[in-house]
Design a binder for this molecule. Structure first.
Ligand code: SAH
Ligand code: MG
Length: 199
């Protein structure tokens, strides 16, 4: 039986906070759930489940929506399974425990939500765009990466962080130059890109 949905969600969020799991910020989740309602999204492919928070929020926003979500970290995958069960969403959220770059799917989706390793976005995009329905959407989270993308390189002390930010910038350029899609960048949450396939 589903207890109080709101208290379950609160618990998931506090688990994420305690375990330093980077789930989507409130503003981002509001954007995403509003998007799936507005565009009547039915089938979502999510790259980066973590503990199931964003998948659960999309499923709760629209009772006709199904999510397939990929996670490579075993502990998070198991925690996500548990959370999905608690909310009785097993029949609408399917998890794949694997590195997304090793996953090949035949299904088609009307939304692909990329929210995994930020340096790999181009690879995720290219691995799964064949699974996108005509005129479908690819949404990417953390385009601003905590404000670092807007900074000068000299302001970023850590070498690894600088390399990551460079990759996110390359991804932004890749989206802007990709004529098969029309991409809009939103400053909401941690920065969200919505790429709409033009055919
Ligand atoms: N979408 C979630 C948050 C995801 S955090 C939410 O908002 O609730 C990013 C997750 O992506 C992490 O749990 C990480 O383990 C996973 N990840 C990173 N690279 C991945 C890859 N190549 N394949 C599968 N999962 C990956
Ligand atoms: Mg994110």
């Amino acid at each position: 039986m589903v207890g109080n949905i709101y208290s379950e969600i609160r618990e998931i969020k506090s688990y994420a906070l305690d375990h330093k799991i980077p789930i989507m910020v409130d503003e981002g989740i509001d954007f995403l759930t509003t998007f799936v309602i507005k565009h009547q999204i039915k089938n979502v492919l999510e790259i980066g489940t973590a503990i199931g928070y964003s998948a659960i929020m999309m499923a709760l926003a629209n009772p006709n929506l199904k999510v397939t979500s990929i996670e490579r970290d075993k502990e998070r995958y198991l925690e996500a399974l548990k959370n999905i069960k608690k909310l009785n969403l097993e029949n609408r959220i399917t998890l794949i425990f694997k590195d997304a770059l090793d996953v090949k799917l035949n299904d088609t989706f009307d939304l692909i939500f990329i929210d995994a390793a930020k340096g790999q976005n181009i690879h995720f995009f290219e691995n799964f765009e064949k699974n996108l329905q005509n005129h479908g959407y690819i949404i990417t989270d953390n385009i601003d990466f905590h404000g670092y993308v807007a900074k000068e390189e000299s302001e970023i002390k850590s070498h690894n962080l600088r390399a990551l930010v460079r990759k996110i910038k390359q991804y932004i350029t890749f989206l802007k130059e990709n004529e098969a899609y029309h991409t809009t960048f939103y400053k909401t949450g941690d920065g969200i890109a919505v790429s709409e396939r033009q055919s």
